[in-house]
Design a protein around this ligand. Sequence first.
Ligand code: NDP
Length: 327
Amino acid sequence: MTALRIGIVGYGNLGRGVEIAVSLQEDMELVGVFTRRDPATVSTVHEQTPVRSIDALESMQDEVDVLLLCGGSKTDLPEQTPLLAERFTVVDSFDTHARIPEHFARVDAAARVAGTTALISTGWDPGLFSINRVYGEAILATGCTYTFWGRGLSQGHSDALRRLDGVAAAVQYTIPSQDAIARVRAGEQPALSTREKHTRECFVVLEDGADADAVREEIVTMPHYFEPYDTTVTFLSAEELARDHQGMPHGGFVIRAGESSPGTNQTIEYRLQEDSNPEFTASVLVAYARAAGRLAAAGEHGARTPFDVAPGLLSPKSPEQLRAELL
Ligand code: NDP
């Protein structure tokens, strides 16, 4: 078996997770990390992982089978995915839901002209959750689909807290409402408002002399971010924040509640619980790298999303093995 040669483009939380996840695969080998920064300033999880400038990819088309793009969705991936799809098989985890159709069109155009394969928006949401929303709707034609996130660290909301005057450091967790989940599981098919679905927990380290009540008031009334939710604010010391809030947990539920005939309730539930969001997302990307390599080898060119990838293509096992062991 020839190992699938993987390159990592962009080395942040997700890139680090991909480095770890690739090392767990027997059918893959890591060519290296490609970064926009000075490679000498980037230290990797595994000492032996080569770090090169992203410019080195110019001459490496024959040395890499699949590039895993680990840049941010806001500005990196809209630029990097179509550009690199002109020369490589690529996989990304573009997660700005509203802009996925636009991103798909740009990547598809580049990949079709180049004759490459580009798998976009893998990960867990979008990604595994999206697939489960499709299964739910396709299988239970009558019903409602619910997505609950958390308990999880929200990067955007944590950033919003850190920008406030008087705040030295902060994290924010999104918590799904257990009451709402129970109602959905019971087959009620409730119409849930934003406030009824999730609550927000903030852990804040104040700057010296800051007014705690004023900071709390500013947080809970912040439009869009916290005002639409029941939000709690806990003040703590920098030491406590460092000790108790280092991880990046996340997860959630996709639930489809429907009826196959009047009064006959049917529920499909899919749950993820992640100690580390980037390491979990990276594990998904790596499985999709295998699928992307197979699609490319089969001459399936253009952009694809997780909806277009057969599950067996993700597995290192052969179709024969899968039929015998997992069907
Ligand atoms: P980071 O901010 O950690 O990294 C993004 C990029 O920033 C890196 O690729 C890296 O590029 C650069 N960078 C990282 N660290 C530094 C640094 N110290 N100084 C300067 N530049 C740095 O983002 P994440 O890895 O946490 O997330 C990446 C994306 O993953 C998110 O934007 C999101 O789109 C996606 N995601 C998708 C999920 C899904 O379920 N679909 C779930 C979670 C995340 P370079 O090395 O070139 O400098």
